[in-house]
Design a protein around this ligand. Structure first.
Ligand SMILES: NC(=O)c1ccc[n+]([C@@H]2O[C@H](COP(=O)([O-])OP(=O)(O)OC[C@H]3O[C@@H](n4cnc5c(N)ncnc54)[C@H](OP(=O)(O)O)[C@@H]3O)[C@@H](O)[C@H]2O)c1
Length: 215
């Protein structure tokens, strides 16, 4: 099977365009979509994400190998799981009750595990959720750079995790693989690596020291 390479980024708010820009720079063809008409984001896409193709979400997903969910979690609940069937889905979302409202299915749980249960026909990988959008772009460095930082990737499908580890590497981060979506709870809000940008050894140490990684 060929390496998946076409990205659909769902979400054109804060983090979606940054992920799209980094991916384009790394050589991936990228389509970007909101829940609405691509015409509405055509100009801003041209200016802010040159090279990305604004598309209807359904069309962007249909042609993609990798779909990045960069939308608020409460909006995710409105997506028909069939749309994402058969796709490698990167869950870059976080559960923020302050902005999402209280979402009962996500209370006290690993948000990506809930996402994966809803997307039973997709391979769900948690990544790109734990670094703020400004830093995600500013801290990206080529492989081997002395000040390169790490980014986590978690999933239950080793091939999907390997693919997204490759994506993280290409966009500018040393990937740290976590062996399951459950282990990926360390990446979510309140976890030891959320909102801090760490080197590979610092990241691995923080994860090791966190009791949740052993649960
Ligand atoms: N902000 C960060 O630094 C950051 C970093 C990492 C991860 N995250 C996570 O990423 C998610 C998005 O955060 P954000 O700050 O980028 O949000 P945001 O600025 O509010 O942008 C959300 C985007 O999602 C689009 N959208 C909503 N429903 C959609 C759907 N069904 N299909 C396609 N697009 C849809 C919105 O457009 P329409 O409403 O027009 O459809 C909008 O462009 C959150 O879960 C957040 O926790 C954020």
């Amino acid at each position: 099977m060929r390496e998946p390479s076409r990205l659909a980024v769902l979400g054109a708010g804060h983090v979606g365009p940054v992920i799209a820009r980094l991916a384009i720079k790394a050589g991936y063809p990228v389509a970007i979509a909101t829940s609405g008409d691509p015409e509405d984001i055509a100009l801003i896409t041209e200016l802010v994400i040159p090279g990305a193709q604004p598309r209807w979400a359904r069309d962007a997903v249909a042609d993609a190998d990798i779909v990045v969910l960069a939308i608020p979690l409460h909006r995710f609940l409105g997506i028909d799981p069939a749309l994402l069937d058969g796709k490698l889905v990167v869950d870059a979302m976080n559960y923020w009750p302050a902005s999402d409202g209280v979402l009962e299915p996500f209370e006290g749980r690993g948000s990506s595990e809930v996402v994966a249960r809803r997307l039973a026909g997709s391979a769900v990988v948690k990544a790109l959720n734990h670094i703020g959008y400004h830093e995600l772009e500013d801290r990206a460095r080529p492989a081997g750079a002395p000040d390169r930082k790490a980014a986590g990737v978690a999933g239950d499908d080793p091939a999907a995790v390997a693919t997204i580890a490759g994506l993280l590497d290409r966009i500018g981060y040393d990937p740290v693989r976590l062996e399951s979506l459950r282990a990926g709870r360390v990446l979510q809000p309140g976890g030891p690596v959320f909102g801090v940008v760490l080197t590979l050894p610092e990241f691995e140490r923080a994860v090791r020291q966190d009791a949740r990684s052993l649960a």
